[in-house]
Every structure is written in C-alpha cells, then in structure tokens.
Design a protein around this ligand. Structure first.
Ligand SMILES: [Fe+2]
Ligand SMILES: [Fe+2]
Length: 205
C-alpha cells in the first residue's frame, strides 16, 4: 500500500488520525531521548542541544495536535491501545540504532563515546531524510481536505536538522556519504516494515 493511500485512510477517520498523531509523537519522543542518551557528559554542542530540544518539542506538538481531531485525554500515554502498529513503531528507531551500531563497530572499529556519537550522526541523518519526505507528503494530504492538523512548523525544523546533520557528518568523515547510504538502506527496510504494519492494522493491505 502506498504512503498516500495510508495517509488518506488515516486522515478520513478522526479516531485513527488521533492514534496516528500519538504514534508520531511517540516516535519523535524516542528520537529526542536517543539524542539525549548519546550526548557526552561535557562535550555537548549547540547543534546537538538544539536538536534534542526540537525533537522533544515535535513530540509535544504532535500530542497537542490531537485536540484538532479528538481529545488528548483519550490518548493519555504511548501504551499499545493508543497507537497504530505499536510494535513496529516502538522498534523502528531502536532496531535502526542497533543495526547502525553493528555496522560502525565492524567497519570503523568504534566503541564507547565515539561509537555513540557516530551512531547519533548516521541514525539521525537517515531519520531526517525520511522526515523530509514523510511530513511534506502528510501535509499535502492534510491540505487536500483542509484539515486543522498542521505539520508546517515541524517541516521547517526537520529541513534545518537535515542540513545540520550533513555539516556534522562532513566534519566526522570524508567518506560520510558511504556510511550515510548504508544507514539509509537499513532505515528503508525498517520504514517499509512500519508501513506494512500500519497498512495491516488499517485492514487495507
Ligand atoms: Fe522531529
Ligand atoms: Fe529532526
């Protein structure tokens, strides 16, 4: 099932749409927590701090958007009944992180804080590439039905994140594009699985 069809189905049903917003909120919050967890105790840059803060804001903003199509109180947590495709949504980022770490350990022999930082760069880069495709596609369909739900402030920040990740990756390695391509390939497999899980739950696969 195509992403567009999935979005159309979700947007057409307020209860599903609320659950979807809560699911995106969970995924943004997982991203924010991962960035914070990858931080060195002392060597934390302005860009990393900004990024962690903005991902946390996205999680909060998405949760707040629920009030445009439903009641936030009906989606109090990230527990299974309040999400779409909970398992795939919980594991998407963790699995990406694990697989990228495995690649970095074997190819660059990294460990400790160097490994954590390199994984932050590659995992976040792959997610930003995805976010720059996913949110605009979602916004286009929201506009189609004049939905009150709005992703524009997130889209602007995600574009900034991608540019920031590229500049940090360039500093990290002259071969950054090779590593980034591998991270994106891993991410694509996981994203495709997430979409299949969502399609199944919508009963339209
Ligand atoms: Fe985000
Ligand atoms: Fe981001």
């Amino acid at each position: 099932m195509k992403l567009q069809e999935i979005f159309r189905n979700i947007i057409a049903n307020d209860s599903l749409h609320s659950r979807f917003l809560n699911t995106l909120s969970l995924m943004e919050n997982t991203g924010a927590r991962k960035i914070s967890a990858s931080e060195d105790k002392t060597k934390v840059s302005y860009i990393v701090l900004k990024h962690a803060a903005e991902e946390a804001r996205h999680a909060f903003y998405l949760k707040k958007q629920i009030q445009k199509v439903g009641k936030i109180a009906d989606f109090p947590t990230y527990e299974n009944p309040y999400l779409i495709a909970p398992f795939a949504s919980y594991t998407y980022l963790h699995t990406l992180d694990i697989q990228v770490c495995r690649y970095l350990k074997s190819s660059l022999k990294l460990s400790g804080s160097d490994l954590r930082y390199a994984a932050y760069l590659l995992v976040t880069y792959a997610i930003e590439v995805r976010a720059d495709e996913l949110y605009p596609a979602y916004q286009e369909l929201l506009d189609e039905v004049s939905s009150k739900v709005n992703m524009k402030s997130i889209i602007v920040e995600e574009e900034g994140h991608l540019a920031e990740m590229i500049s940090q990756l360039k500093e990290f390695s002259p071969e950054w594009e090779t590593h980034a391509k591998i991270a994106c390939d891993i991410e694509k497999t996981l994203f495709d699985q997430w979409i299949v899980s969502i399609g199944k739950e919508l009963g339209v696969n």
